[in-house]
Write a protein that binds this ligand. Sequence first.
Ligand SMILES: NC(=O)c1ccc[n+]([C@@H]2O[C@H](COP(=O)([O-])OP(=O)(O)OC[C@H]3O[C@@H](n4cnc5c(N)ncnc54)[C@H](O)[C@@H]3O)[C@@H](O)[C@H]2O)c1
Ligand SMILES: [Zn+2]
Length: 352
Amino acid sequence: MKTLNVKSVRSYDIHIERGLISRCGEIIKPLARGGKAMIVSDTNVYPIYGDTVKKSLEHSGFEVSTHIFPAGEASKQLSTIAEIYNSLADNGFSRKDFIVALGGGVTGDMAGFAAATYQRGIDFVQIPTSLLSQVDSSVGSKTGVDIKQGKNLVGAFWQPSVVIIDPDTLNTLTPEFFADGMAEVIKYGCIKSLPLFERLEQENAADIIEEIIYDCVSIKRDVVERDEHEAGERMLLNFGHTLGHSIEKAYGYTGITHGQAVGVGMVIITRASETAGITPSGTTERIENLLKKYNLPITDKTPLDEMASGALGDKKASGDSINIVLLNKIGDSFTKKLKKTELLGFISKSEL
Ligand SMILES: NC(=O)c1ccc[n+]([C@@H]2O[C@H](COP(=O)([O-])OP(=O)(O)OC[C@H]3O[C@@H](n4cnc5c(N)ncnc54)[C@H](O)[C@@H]3O)[C@@H](O)[C@H]2O)c1
Ligand SMILES: [Zn+2]
């Protein structure tokens, strides 16, 4: 088993090993303060992994209840949180009891937010089962829900007691969701690790997924340890996301995945940066080849002016400037402040 520790206001371990979910009870046991566990999961994941997790928790002596919600981003809203509160209260959950988030990022974000707020905060455990949640959302303590005005607009920073990553769960993930998570994996290579990027080029990620997850989690861990509340370095994790988010918005969040949009965002911003003489030429082509290798698109029909205006309306763009993330070279990134009026001009360089 590989373990990483995240230092935070409340530090926690991240364990990575194939088959680990069947031992979750014994991992949680020494950390638990109360005897009740509620598994929060969705209608896709619970039927596959729910029994294994429930049995392991029961075997370790916990009294287990479940709250299962319809799979998908559409569930990530306050009404689902209210239902989770009701389940917790109906089952007599006290401040010492805990929630187990079993599923992808939607489950983790919601279970975490419910844990952050039920009785002013109870413990929770992350068992991420999608590639995106294993390499990204389960690390860094951001929890929350969407409201009709935008994604993730309501939430809290809330650390899990432990994160249990079982790469075997990825065997049941659809190829589309696997590709979705690969966009974030490629992003980590771009912003922080040339060796990771080169391995992704040379090998097949699925064959070495356990090591890849470890590399990505340790990159994210290092970044969030230095900047949990996103004052500086954490912004680097948004590489490709400024334009990616606008592309998702232009689609109304259907018909394109987050990873597909982020991949295109990485390509456009890097090509513009190459033209501007910041990133060495040939970098964009390498990113494109890697995206193609992992079944992600490299272009999109959304017009650049729509991408720019979408980015300027984002919650992260305040005042008259916007931070974009660029590459000095693969594995080395930095943020650049642009005046909002300069953004369209900058990304238009991608078409020169
Ligand atoms: N908190 C953060 O820091 C952070 C970071 C990035 C993304 N997010 C959030 O994460 C969410 C996206 O995460 P996601 O892509 O995991 O979404 P998701 O939870 O909806 O999972 C994707 C799909 O895969 C299914 N699934 C998950 N694991 C499976 C498995 N092992 N086998 C079969 N099916 C499985 C789910 O049921 C769902 O249909 C978004 O809401 C995003 O805002 C949060
Ligand atoms: Zn992302």
